[in-house]
Design a protein around this ligand. Structure first.
Ligand code: BEZ
Length: 253
């Protein structure tokens, strides 16, 4: 995972749409009382808490210590631990694994999927949603465009997320032993909160795109990227981000 500084408080305040939308994916999970479920990339724990309301027993895991601390403080009756998604230490332990808005951050997809497979009991299910092919393309294009306009494009990084197509991801899952039961790539334009919403988004989520720049250069790129995006993505006083999701249900059969 690229090094990114997560601000758990900002995440809950400004980017709570991540877990709001995640509630929709829970319908694919359909957790049952007594099931043992792992939430990979649990963030501040809201979705783990919703899963627990079904009567399932949830373990939330996240690579960010700050997120896990916040999750533990908010939901002291649930279990959370700091775990790197590419090093899942579990063996045939879970009836289901759930993940929302996490897999696109993980560089070593082979290690992730192998770990997911190993962690599930036979017959267990993986239900995950994350960025799919074309996700936030307008934003990455605007960051690239801004750096080009400023004559500093050689230092920009924009290929650090994993946004696979349906066929690419199905092949990956199948190559590790999963049977893909349902998979869906869909546009989900996502409202960003406040007039500064796009700037705040870039600042939080694309910080590593700009890690090779000086602070001044990064600032200029962010401001210009926002200007480039404004005519098409700031509509009636609200920012929209061009999210595309890949939602999948796969079985360890
Ligand atoms: C997403 O949820 O699609 C996403 C979030 C942050 C950066 C990139 C993608």
């Amino acid at each position: 995972m690229p090094e990114i500084v997560w601000d758990a408080t900002l995440y809950d305040k400004q980017h709570h749409f991540v877990s709001d939308f995640g509630a929709d994916v829970l319908q694919w999970l359909a957790p049952q009382p007594g099931e043992y479920i792992l939430d990979v990339g649990c963030g501040t724990g809201q979705l783990a808490a919703q899963i627990a309301e079904s009567g399932a027993v949830v373990l939330g895991s996240d690579a960010s210590e700050e997120m896990v601390l916040k999750a533990k403080a908010s939901y002291p009756n649930l279990n959370f631990e700091v775990v790197d998604g590419t090093k899942l230490p579990y063996q045939e332990k879970f009836d289901a694994i759930f993940s929302n808005a996490t897999f696109h951050w993980i560089e070593n997809q082979n290690a992730l999927v192998e770990g997911l497979f190993k962690s599930l009991k036979t017959g267990g299910r993986l239900v995950a949603e994350f960025g799919g092919k074309g996700n936030v393309k307008s934003i990455t294009d605007a960051i690239k465009g801004a750096s080009e306009k400023l004559g500093i494009a050689d230092k920009v990084l924009t290929n650090f997320w994993f946004f696979p197509s349906v066929s690419e991801y199905s092949k990956l899952l199948e190559s590790k032993g999963f049977e893909v039961e349902q998979i869906w790539l869909f546009d989900r334009p996502t409202k960003l909160i406040g007039e500064e919403g796009m700037y705040v988004w870039i600042n939080q989520f694309a910080q590593h795109a700009l890690k090779n720049f000086t602070e001044k250069e990064a600032q200029d790129i962010k401001n210009l990227a926002v200007e480039i995006l404004k005519p098409n993505y700031f509509i009636n006083g609200e920012w929209m981000a061009d999210y595309r999701r890949l939602r999948v249900k796969a079985i360890k059969s």
